[in-house]
Design a protein around this ligand. Structure first.
Ligand SMILES: O=C([S-])c1cc(C(=O)S)c[n+]([C@@H]2O[C@H](COP(=O)(O)O)[C@@H](O)[C@H]2O)c1
Ligand code: NI
Length: 433
C-alpha cells in the first residue's frame, strides 16, 4: 500500500464585509465588487442571462470626496415598462441560465424587496408591482452584485451599520420621506446609523446587503485579501459617497461583535451557528422533489432531505428539511418558495457541533480511495472511505462493493488513520508517534 497522499481540507472560506456606513445602493455595491476584482464580463453574462440585450455595464474610475473609487454605469438599451411585478422578476430569475448560488441570492434579494413593498402597501408580496426597484437597471444591480459575490468566492458576509440618510426623495410614488418606506422596512432588525443628508441607502442596496449578509457589525476578524470601493452617483463634499468591501479569510481574532453561541452548545468542539428550514408539502408532484433537493445543495445547503409524513385530512405528504449557515437561510428559503408549492417555511436557529475534517487517499487493488477523516483535539474520531470512490472501484474491478469497502478501511487503519489515533491538525495527517 502506498502512503496516503497529503491530506486536503475543504476550500478556504471567504468572508465579505460590506461597509455601508456612508450608505448603499445597488450600483455602489456593484462598483465595489468590480473594484475588488470581480470581472465585469462575468457580471454582464449573468445579467444577460436574465434580461438579454437590455443593459450594458461599464466601469470607470472616479473620485468621491477626494477618494478613488470604481463607478459602474448601467446603460439601459431598450424601452423599460413603468412597472414590473415581483412574479415577473421571479419567473425571469427562475428561467435564466444562472449559477444556482447567483440565482438563489438574486431571488432572495427580490423576495425581500417584495415583502417590504407588500408591507408598505398593505398587500401580499405576490401582488407587488415594483416601480424603480423592478426596472432593468435595478435587475442589473441585483443580478450583477450576486454574480460578483459568487465570482469572488464569498462564503459568508457581514454588513456594517447602515447609513440611511434624511430628507425627502421623489419617486414614482411621489415625494417620499427618507428613509423611504421600503428602505425602512428593509432595515428592520439591522443596525442603522442616524444622520446624513439625502437618501443614503436605497431599497435595492438594503435588499442586497441584508440578504447577502448573515450578520451586522463592525469589521469581523479576518485576514484581508481584497478590498474594493464602489462609488455612488453624487459626489458630496466632506463625505465620500462610497461602499467599501473587504474580503478575506476568517480568523479567530477577537472583534467587538462575537458570534453568540449558547454555552451548552456541544460536547467540546467548536460550535457553529446553523439554521434549519422546514416546510410540510402535500401538493407537489413527487417527481419534482429530486430537482428541489439538487438545487438546494447546488445553492449551498449543507444538507437537504425529505421525511414522509401524514398531514391534516390524512394526506400523505413530505417535510422538506434544509440545513444551512445563517447567511444562506434567506437565499435557500427563496429556492424553496420558487421550486415547491409551499406558501411558507419554518426557520429555526440551531447550533451544530462538527468535527474538523480532512481527506487522505489510500491505495486499494491498484486504485485510489479517498478517506474522509473527522478529527478533534489531535485525535482521529472518524475515518470513512468515500462511498462513491469505493463503488466506482468495485464496479471497475468487478468485485463486491463490501469487499472494496473492507479493503479501504483496512488500508486506512494500516496508514494510522483509525479512531483514537493521533492526528496532526496543522499539517493534516497521522501525527508522528
Ligand atoms: O420601485 C419602487 S416600488 C419604490 C418604492 C419605494 C418605497 O420606499 S415604497 C421607493 N422607491 C424609490 O425609488 C428610487 C430607486 O430605488 P433603487 O433601490 O432602485 O435605487 C429610490 O429613491 C427609492 O427610494 C421605489
Ligand atoms: Ni412601489
Amino acid at each position: 500500500m502506498t502512503p496516503p497522499s497529503p491530506a486536503t481540507s475543504a476550500p478556504t472560506p471567504t468572508l465579505l464585509w460590506i461597509d455601508a456606513s456612508a450608505g448603499i445602493a445597488g450600483d455602489m455595491l456593484l462598483g465595489a465588487l468590480v473594484d475588488a476584482g470581480a470581472a465585469l464580463d462575468d457580471l454582464q453574462s449573468a445579467v444577460d442571462a436574465v434580461i438579454p440585450g437590455s443593459v450594458r455595464l461599464a466601469a470607470h474610475g472616479v473620485t468621491r470626496a477626494g477618494l478613488r473609487a470604481t463607478k459602474v454605469e448601467v446603460e439601459v438599451l431598450v424601452d423599460d415598462p413603468p412597472h414590473r411585478t415581483w412574479t415577473t422578476i421571479r419567473d425571469l430569475l427562475v428561467a435564466a441560465d444562472l449559477a444556482e448560488p447567483v440565482r438563489a441570492r438574486a431571488l432572495a434579494a427580490f423576495a425581500r424587496l417584495a415583502e417590504a413593498e407588500g408591507r408598505v402597501h398593505g398587500i401580499p408580496p405576490e401582488d407587488v408591482h415594483f416601480h424603480e426597484v423592478g426596472a432593468l437597471d435595478a435587475i442589473a444591480d441585483v443580478v450583477g452584485s450576486c454574480a460578483g459575490v459568487e465570482a469572488l468566492g464569498v462564503t459568508d458576509a457581514v454588513v456594517s451599520p447602515i447609513a440611511l440618510g434624511s430628507g425627502t426623495v421623489t419617486a414614482h410614488h411621489g415625494v417620499l420621506p427618507v428613509p423611504a418606506p421600503a428602505a425602512l422596512e428593509l432595515s428592520r432588525g439591522w443596525d442603522v446609523l442616524a444622520g446624513g443628508r439625502g437618501e443614503l441607502a436605497t431599497p435595492t442596496g438594503l435588499a442586497l446587503a441584508t440578504s447577502l449578509a448573515g450578520a451586522c457589525g463592525p469589521l469581523p476578524a479576518l485576514r484581508p485579501d481584497r478590498t474594493g470601493i464602489g462609488a455612488g452617483t453624487r459626489d458630496t463634499p466632506g463625505r465620500a459617497n462610497v461602499v467599501r468591501v473587504v474580503l478575506g479569510t476568517p480568523t479567530r481574532g477577537t472583534t467587538d461583535a462575537p458570534v453568540v453561541v449558547p454555552a451548552d452548545a456541544g460536547p467540546g468542539g467548536t460550535p457553529e451557528r446553523a439554521v434549519v428550514l422546514e416546510t410540510n408539502v402535500d401538493d407537489l408532484d413527487p417527481r419534482v422533489w429530486p430537482d428541489v433537493l439538487e438545487r438546494l445543495l447546488a445553492a449551498g445547503a449543507w444538507d437537504a432531505w425529505l421525511t414522509p409524513i401524514v398531514m391534516k385530512k390524512g394526506r400523505p405528504a413530505h417535510t422538506l428539511h434544509v440545513l444551512c449557515g445563517p447567511e444562506q437561510a434567506t437565499a435557500l428559503g427563496a429556492v424553496v418558495l420558487a421550486h415547491t408549492s409551499t406558501l411558507g417555511l419554518r426557520v429555526t436557529s440551531v447550533v451544530r457541533d462538527v468535527l474538523d475534517r480532512a481527506w487522505v487517499a489510500v491505495e486499494v487493488d491498484g486504485g485510489t480511495v479517498r478517506v474522509k477523516v473527522g478529527h478533534r483535539a489531535g485525535r482521529v474520531v472518524q475515518a470513512t472511505p468515500e462511498f462513491g470512490d469505493v463503488a466506482a472501484l468495485a464496479a471497475d474491478r468487478g468485485v463486491p462493493v463490501r469487499q472494496v469497502l473492507a479493503q479501504a478501511q483496512a488500508a486506512a487503519t494500516a496508514a494510522g488513520v483509525v479512531q483514537g489515533a493521533p492526528w496532526d491538525p496543522v499539517d493534516g495527517g497521522p501525527a508522528p508517534a
